[in-house]
Design a protein around this ligand. Structure first.
Ligand code: HEC
Ligand code: HEC
Ligand code: HEC
Ligand code: HEC
Ligand code: HEC
Ligand code: HEC
Ligand code: HEC
Length: 381
């Protein structure tokens, strides 16, 4: 990789104003590739464009993709498509209605008010009422949903307040957000959650959205394209649509295996971002980072396996038999006598022994992608 994220078009001759836009785009999208590494402050200074120009740069209306591509058929129900929604979306409001009556909501005196699309959380601590305008909801809900508030800092850049109360799918209730202290802080923000600086706020949005216009560090709510949708993976496609598919962009189809895995690892985390001493079979923290575990597996090392060997990024999990034996017997079956076969019955659920779901610190489980033979002590009862 040359450091340029693959959803940015190659450099083209541009008028000076356009050039500024291009620089801003590379900069904004780089923040996604760079992941959670520190952002150089000069980087932020490069972003000085008006939102209107940013928004008009090369992006197609994704409602048009479905006219020519069957990939769009079920896509809008995927976790990717729904991983960021406005807090005022009915799916978010429906859950928030249960926050104040939940155990944690009662204990921490939380109230939520929704008035004309404005969602406000109020929290009373020692007689003092603090309020926050919740504007975004992170997570599709297949695991969890967490709400945030973007607030201007003293440079008018967007900082982010991540609230302490997260909704979990597995328990259908609210509990503490992962990584938050058991005892709430005393500052106005601290009673409601944790405050992150603007580079960190961008990084959250960069991995959870398709287009992220940032003007002077300010994230423009009105112009975010939330969710990981077609053009986050396939690049801006206005020219593709205008030319009825004649102009092609990044397809991620027949490329090199390691390159393909790196595309997914931009957000799902790569082994290079993980300290070698942390890559241990008994470190449950790495189960969240599927590319890290998968790349340690004998299956991965001895084959051309990639993420799309088992996952179709265009279909929701429940429409692709995501726990199926089919995934394994693509290679491990008597028909493929170049691969070893397990002593267990071929119709058994291979995952329970070789790729189990592991409970993480919150009420969330992840599938351990480090495919291997485990001894009994490693497996859940
Ligand atoms: C008017 C029809 C049309 C529309 C609308 C359209 N495409 Fe395409 N697309 C095509 C055609 C034709 C091809 C070439 C198919 C081939 O050669 O196999 C193609 C190929 C592709 C490919 C694979 C090849 C590549 O490298 O580009 C991707 C990915 C793709 N389209 C994504 C999209 C997305 C995303 C959208 C919506 C923003 C979209 N398309 C809208 C017609 C269309
Ligand atoms: C721009 C960041 C980004 C990229 C690139 C990305 N993902 Fe994801 N992925 C996410 C986020 C965020 C979620 C969480 C979705 C949610 O909220 O449930 C996710 C969820 C998933 C899930 C679980 C889906 C579900 O509905 O529970 C799978 C499987 C997955 N990604 C596979 C992939 C694969 C395979 C690739 C590469 C082809 C990829 N991802 C590329 C950000 C990304
Ligand atoms: C490097 C990319 C990246 C960054 C930065 C990032 N996320 Fe995520 N986030 C993901 C991916 C990938 C998933 C899907 C995890 C999975 O299902 O394996 C996810 C999942 C989630 C979920 C759903 C719960 C879950 O565990 O699946 C929430 C909520 C969330 N992120 C919020 C945030 C917030 C808030 C921030 C900033 C403080 C943030 N994320 C920063 C990539 C990122
Ligand atoms: C998370 C990333 C991701 C998202 C989001 C995504 N795709 Fe894809 N798409 C891929 C990958 C990876 C492939 C290659 C599939 C493979 O290797 O089997 C692909 C393949 C394709 C192809 C086939 C190219 C070919 O020639 O076979 C088309 C067309 C396409 N996608 C269109 C879309 C459309 C339309 C959307 C939105 C509705 C979309 N994609 C959303 C990752 C994504
Ligand atoms: C050998 C098959 C296989 C491969 C290859 C594979 N996965 Fe998975 N993945 C699974 C299975 C099985 C599940 C659990 C499905 C379920 O619970 O419905 C899963 C679940 C996930 C989830 C949901 C969260 C979790 O951990 O349960 C994400 C995200 C994910 N995979 C990402 C990836 C990424 C990124 C890659 C490439 C680095 C990848 N997977 C490669 C089989 C695979
Ligand atoms: C793309 C092909 C491919 C797929 C898909 C695949 N494997 Fe493998 N697997 C291999 C190869 C190659 C090896 C190395 C030994 C061999 O030649 O069979 C291996 C080795 C293994 C081993 C031995 C591990 C060790 O440390 O010695 C286990 C266990 C295993 N696979 C289980 C699975 C399970 C379970 C699945 C489905 C979730 C799966 N594999 C999917 C190709 C694959
Ligand atoms: C009840 C638990 C269990 C189930 C279910 C199971 N395995 Fe295994 N598997 C094991 C154990 C234990 C070993 C190591 C001992 C052995 O070789 O029999 C093993 C070994 C393997 C090996 C390596 C064999 C070798 O000689 O190196 C592969 C490949 C494998 N399993 C694939 C699968 C596949 C594919 C499935 C689903 C069709 C599956 N396993 C289902 C427990 C299981």
């Amino acid at each position: 990789m040359d450091g340029r994220p693959d959803n940015v078009e190659p450099p083209q001759p541009l008028a000076p104003r356009g050039m500024l836009v291009a620089i801003a785009f590379v900069a904004v999208l780089l923040s996604a590739t760079v992941g959670f590494r520190q952002i150089d402050p000069t980087f932020r200074a490069a972003i000085t464009v008006s939102d209107a120009t940013v928004v008009s740069h090369g992006w197609a209306d994704e409602q048009t993709c479905g006219a020519c591509h069957e990939q769009a058929e079920d896509f809008w129900q995927t976790g990717h498509a729904n991983t960021l929604i406005p807090a005022s979306d009915p799916d978010s409001v429906r859950l928030l209605e249960f926050l104040q009556s939940s155990e944690i909501g009662t204990r921490e005196s939380v109230q939520v008010q929704v008035l004309n699309d404005v969602v406000q959380a109020r929290c009373t601590t020692e007689g003092v009422v603090n309020t926050a305008h919740l504007n975004w909801c992170f997570g599709s809900g297949s695991h969890a949903r967490t709400w945030v508030s973007t607030l201007p800092d003293s440079f008018a850049a967007s900082d982010l307040l991540e609230v302490r109360w997260t909704w979990y799918h597995s328990t259908d209730s609210f509990d503490l957000t992962p990584g938050h202290p058991q005892v709430k802080g005393h500052s106005a923000a601290g009673t409601m959650g944790l405050l992150f600086d603007s580079p960190r706020a961008w990084r959250c949005f960069a991995c959870h959205s398709t287009r992220l216009p940032v003007i002077d560090g300010h994230i423009s709510d009105a112009h975010i394209a939330p969710g990981v949708t077609c053009q986050r993976c396939h690049g801006p496609r206005q020219k593709h649509v205008a030319s009825k598919g004649a102009w092609l962009g990044p397809a991620w189809v027949n490329g090199d295996r390691d390159e393909a895995v790196r595309h997914c690892a931009q957000c799902h985390r790569s082994p290079e971002e993980t300290k070698p001493e942390e890559i241990q079979k008994d470190n449950v923290d790495i189960v969240r980072f599927q590319p890290v575990g998968l790349s340690q597996s004998a299956c991965f090392k001895a084959s051309q396996m990639r993420c799309t060997t088992c996952h179709n990024p265009h279909k929701p999990m429940d429409k692709q038999d995501s726990k199926g034996v089919w995934q394994c017997i693509q290679c491990h079956s008597p028909e493929h006598n170049d691969h070893v076969v397990c002593g267990a019955d071929m119709s058994d659920n291979c995952l329970q022994c070789h790729m189990p779901a592991i409970k993480h610190d919150a009420p969330v489980s992840f599938t351990d992608h480090w495919i291997r033979v485990r001894d009994q002590s490693e497996l859940l009862p």
